[in-house]
Design a protein around this ligand. Structure first.
Ligand code: ATP
Ligand code: MG
Length: 257
């Protein structure tokens, strides 16, 4: 299964991606991919050494796509680069168990509509052509907002999770993501509500999501432990008794049903 985590800026995508990756790595071999140019998935997992993003691996990009990273729009390069070895060879081990590996994509060049760059072609090919074994799973921590949907980097995922928080802004972004993701053919699009302080907030967001026809996988309370873990540079998974962690465990159960 390939799962992409999306949503407005700051709603908790990276927290959810990283924590889900940790939980799922108990039963699956997980590839957690940081597809956000403003990379911080590794750090949210407590890895603070520098990981060289794939987009900066000039030789690799040249070898696989035939183009220099950041090459100009219109340059001809291979649209179907060979990728099957990349998750294993380019990822960083999370711990000794080696059930969780992290891949950092890095900055994808932006441009006009329809613009594609070698690094985004590589990620797209990875999503589309990577054949996962039964016990393997990919989690993609996406860039905030909707721009990546225009580049279709996550078009081949099996499931897109849109994270929302109490308030209309993230719901408006969710509505746009839902529409664009449907347009590019993503079948399972669901929502997770994060940073919920009380029942009124949860009810407010749930009702809005129902109107958008978005099924809710679960909600995560606003939890000081998340902030503390972030300040300490530690993964939330180190606090298995926290409310936020327990709700993410429930969300994972719902995904696996
Ligand atoms: N349930 C929660 N309770 C309290 N704080 C939270 C919760 N979830 C996330 N946060 C805090 O909100 C901030 C943003 O979280 P996170 O980085 O996971 O969001 P993001 O959607 O990945 O952001 P970006 O769009 O910048 O990538 C962090 O400071 C994090 O600690
Ligand atoms: Mg993030």
């Amino acid at each position: 299964m390939k799962i992409a985590i999306t949503g407005k800026g700051g709603v908790g995508k990276t927290t959810l991606s990283g924590t889900m990756a940790c939980i799922l790595s108990k039963t699956y071999k997980v590839f957690a991919i940081d597809a956000d140019p403003d990379m911080n998935l590794a750090s949210s997992l407590g890895i603070h050494t520098e990981i060289i993003p794939i987009s900066r691996m000039r030789d690799l990009i040249k070898e696989r796509t035939g183009a220099e990273p950041g090459s100009a729009f219109g340059e001809v390069f291979k649209m179907n680069p060979q990728i099957s070895d990349l998750p294993e060879s380019l990822s960083v081990k999370y711990d000794a168990s080696d059930n969780l590996r992290i891949l950092v994509m890095g900055t994808v060049e932006k441009g006009g509509e329809g613009c594609i760059c070698p690094a985004s072609v590589l990620l797209k090919a990875l999503m589309r052509n990577l054949i996962l074994k039964k016990d393997e799973l990919v989690i993609l921590d996406m860039e905030a907002g909707i721009e990546h949907l225009g580049r279709r980097t996550a078009e081949a995922v099996d499931m897109m999770i849109i994270v929302v928080e109490p308030g209309l802004k993230s719901l408006e972004t969710a509505e746009r993501i839902n529409k664009l993701a449907t347009d590019i053919g993503i079948k399972r699009i669901m929502a997770v509500i994060n940073k919920v302080s009380n029942q009124e907030e949860e009810k407010f967001v749930s009702q809005k999501l129902e109107k958008l026809d978005l099924e809710v996988l679960g909600s995560i309370p606003r939890d000081e432990t998340v902030v503390m873990a972030d300040m300490e540079g530690k993964p939330l998974a180190l606090y298995p008794d926290s409310k936020a962690f327990k709700s993410i465990e429930e969300i994972v159960e719902n995904i696996l049903i």
